[in-house]
Design a protein around this ligand. Structure first.
Ligand SMILES: [Zn+2]
Length: 162
């Protein structure tokens, strides 16, 4: 069985290949966690949509790179892994797809934008907070309104059962 995922603009909210690549996993760590990057078909579709070179046949390596990027920008873990993956990619010089993504990750890591990376309180995606107060909690309006609707629902339920 192949699961062919259809990519759309709203899967590329950051316009940054590193963060958008990490966001191939949605609802990370939650019961509904969905990994859309575990097949070569999905990875190729994503690359084509993002305007990048197509990935090579190594899905495991793509996942490894993705998880290193996610871990670093999500919780600040795994910097040495990320650096070695980047060094390996540069040395091998045979995988423009992963090299581009890793390059974007390194560029972001050394940029002031790094401090603007947040985790969405609803879907778990990584996003840039460009608000002046740096207090944005949801990646998109959709996630913001879904969270508020859910809170409203639970508040009503508590009133009803209390
Ligand atoms: Zn979200």
């Amino acid at each position: 069985m192949t699961t062919h995922f259809h990519w759309h603009d709203h899967h590329f909210i950051n316009r940054n290949p590193a963060l958008d690549f990490a966001n191939m996993v949605v609802w990370r760590g939650q019961a509904a966690e969905e990994d859309r990057g575990r097949s070569l078909e999905n990875l190729k579709g994503w690359a084509a949509y993002a305007g990048l070179a197509l990935p090579r046949a190594d899905v495991d390596r793509c996942v490894k790179v993705r998880e290193a990027i996610d871990g670093y920008f999500r919780i600040g873990a795994g910097w040495p892994d990320l650096v070695s993956l980047y060094a390996e990619a540069l040395k091998a010089d045979d995988d423009p797809f992963l090299t581009t993504i890793l390059h974007a990750a390194m560029a972001l890591a050394f940029s002031p934008e790094r401090s603007r990376v947040r985790i969405c309180g609803n879907c778990g995606w990584l996003f840039f907070d460009s608000t002046r107060n740096a207090n944005k909690r949801w990646c998109t309006l959709t996630c913001s309104s879904r969270t508020k609707a859910r809170r409203h629902y639970h508040a009503k339920k508590r009133v009803a059962s209390g």
